[in-house]
Design a protein around this ligand. Sequence first.
Ligand code: SF4
Length: 208
Amino acid sequence: MAKAQKVSAAEWVPHTRDLNVLRSAAPSCRGCELYARATQVVFGEGPRSANVVMVGEQPGDEEDRRGHPFVGPAGRLLSKAMEEAGVDREKVYVTNAVKHFKWIERGKRRIHAKPSGIEVSACRPWLEAELASIEPELVVCLGATAAQSLMGREFRITTDRGRFFPHPWAKEVMATIHPSAILRVPERYEEEYALLVRDLKLVAERMH
Ligand code: SF4
């Protein structure tokens, strides 16, 4: 019987805390199959001195084309909510649990496809290396994929959002909804957006 191939980014992640070295190495990663259909890797961005790191799920269509995290519609909504909550985006490092865009074709459009648990776990060494390099006080998980990557499969945004937990990769971790989830339910936009701002105000309090 053929031996199952190990799916992990570990062998592509340099043993360094130098963020620039990590960023330069990321495009070579073949830790899972997602690189094959993506335009490019989308690594985290923001100040190396950031006390807060925000982690999303994966790059979206626009991020994949432009090569930067949180520059699409969800990123714009996040910026708006951060501003309203008093969180300075310039002081926050933003990244994703998975660094390549996973998508399915629908007509001429590329539609987001949720990364599998295996893909999230394969990409985890990159996230761990980024956090080891930045050593943030607080990691904010945006959505269940990021939260489960850091806090385990049992973590539930519905019950645990807005709470602070100790974590080996940062002093504290908290989770809230991913802004793209707000965009997917226009009928509840106002309510969900207000809850995101409420959670981000807790982040602003920690930052100040
Ligand atoms: S998604 Fe992550 S593990 Fe998979 S190829 Fe891209 S960088 Fe590597």
